[in-house]
Design a protein around this ligand. Structure first.
Ligand SMILES: [Zn+2]
Length: 405
């Protein structure tokens, strides 16, 4: 079959009349150049470029860029070629390609899309939220933190005298920080402390009662200061909110959005950082102390205290449940019941924080790597403020919440 058409050879943009002959697997094109010399080109049908012929005009292309082009006089001429090569790929559009994909192809495409979505949800969103939290201006961060702090302290009794003393103690430590950190003591039996965005630390008097040396308080404050320097709580809240907003937009549950905001402002005191954040605060706090020439060993003895109170609590709990912890081995059913009750009663700090043994281990490793010629300053002023703090009125301690956040 022969069809009249126009040919562009890809070398020049000149459009020349040509004769197209359709063969079994190839199209042969004969044309004449300017000096009327007869030339020809042969296109392999399976190498004609694929395109959506429903949307383009009546031409087909061949070869590398710049392509050779065959332009037909009418759609009918192009149709004749398509009908001549019904199986050829060049006239199979993307739409046709998809429908010949088969259900297996569709399923794997769907699985792929879901996997990308899941990856985005669990890695992309937290990553974006984290970068966002890091980029919030410090002034705004302090504004948010101060709001949280005021909301929280509204319902607490502040120990004004000890707040002043602990603030003086903190100032004497002279830790590096971009933030103007302010420390407040809340009168409570609970053994806890936490940091808020923008430079606020809250310490419960219950935690102060269990301290014996100024190094321990220094260790605690350095840990909290590192949470502030690294913006841990803002990063955590921002991640929670981003996940919530995404989830709400997927499920259409927008009404709950305001409730999570309220929840976050009330529950700032019980923010549970990830183990990574805790470890980071421990190690950076350790460095802050060393840089300020304060002996970081207090951090370790602080965790040793948690550890011993912790195991005492476990024993007491086991006694309360009417069994000794040695009963654990005897019956797996009883052991399970004991374990469930223990988990229900376990302080939040122990379920989310690195266990004290681990913290002691990696901090001791840091200690062993310190330059042995390093000297720490004689902390007379720290000792002075610490002794004042200790002398100030004492409360009894409720160890059901143990540690610091
Ligand atoms: Zn912490």
């Amino acid at each position: 079959m022969t069809i009249e058409a126009y040919f562009i050879d890809g070398q020049t943009s000149k459009r020349r009349a040509c004769l197209v002959t359709l063969q079994a697997n190839a199209i042969s094109i004969v044309y004449y150049d300017d000096s009327l010399q007869k030339l020809s080109s042969t296109w392999r049908v399976d190498a004609i470029l694929r395109q959506d012929l429903r949307t383009t005009s009546n031409y087909i292309k061949y070869g590398d860029f710049p392509h050779q082009v065959l332009e037909f006089n009418s759609e009918q001429d192009l149709s004749r070629i398509i009908e001549y090569y019904p199986e050829a790929l060049f006239h199979q559009s993307a739409y046709n390609k998809f429908s010949t994909f088969g259900w297996k192809g569709m399923v794997s495409a769907l699985v792929g899309v879901i996997m990308v979505a899941v990856f985005f949800f669990f890695y992309g969103v937290p990553f974006i939220a984290d970068s966002f939290a890091r980029s919030i201006p410090k002034e705004y961060e302090t504004y948010i933190g101060n709001n949280f702090r005021q909301t929280y302290l509204q319902y607490q009794t502040i120990d004004t005298l000890r707040s002043e003393q602990i603030q003086q103690f903190y100032n004497q430590m002279n830790l590096e920080s971009d933030y103007d950190i302010s420390v407040v003591v809340v009168d409570s039996k609970i053994i806890n402390a936490f940091a808020l965005p923008g430079g606020y630390i809250v310490v419960f008097s219950g935690l102060l009662e269990m301290l014996e040396e100024e190094d321990e308080l220094a260790g605690l404050l350095a840990h909290e200061a590192s949470h502030i320097n690294e913006r841990h709580s803002l990063r955590l809240i921002s991640k929670d909110l981003a996940m919530y907003v995404l989830f709400a937009s997927l499920t259409g549950d927008v009404g709950g959005f305001s409730s999570i905001l309220i929840e976050n402002s009330n529950l700032v005191s019980s923010l549970s950082y990830s183990r990574n954040f805790e470890k980071e605060a421990d190690l950076e706090g350790f460095d802050l102390l060393v840089n300020s020439e304060i002996n970081p060993k207090g951090m370790i003895s602080l965790f040793a205290k948690f550890q011993s109170i912790n195991s005492k609590m476990e024993q007491e709990l086991a006694k309360k449940m009417g069994m000794d912890s040695t009963d654990l081995d005897e019956s797996s059913d009883t052991a399970k019941a004991w374990f469930v009750r223990f988990i229900e009663n376990v302080p939040e700090i122990l379920s989310t924080h690195p266990i004290p043994e681990n913290r002691i281990r990696y901090l001791e490793e840091e200690m062993s790597q310190l330059d042995p010629t390093l000297t720490f300053r004689e902390n007379d002023s720290l000792k002075l403020y610490f002794d004042k703090l200790l002398k100030t009125s004492k409360v009894s301690v409720d160890s059901s919440h143990l540690g610091f956040d």
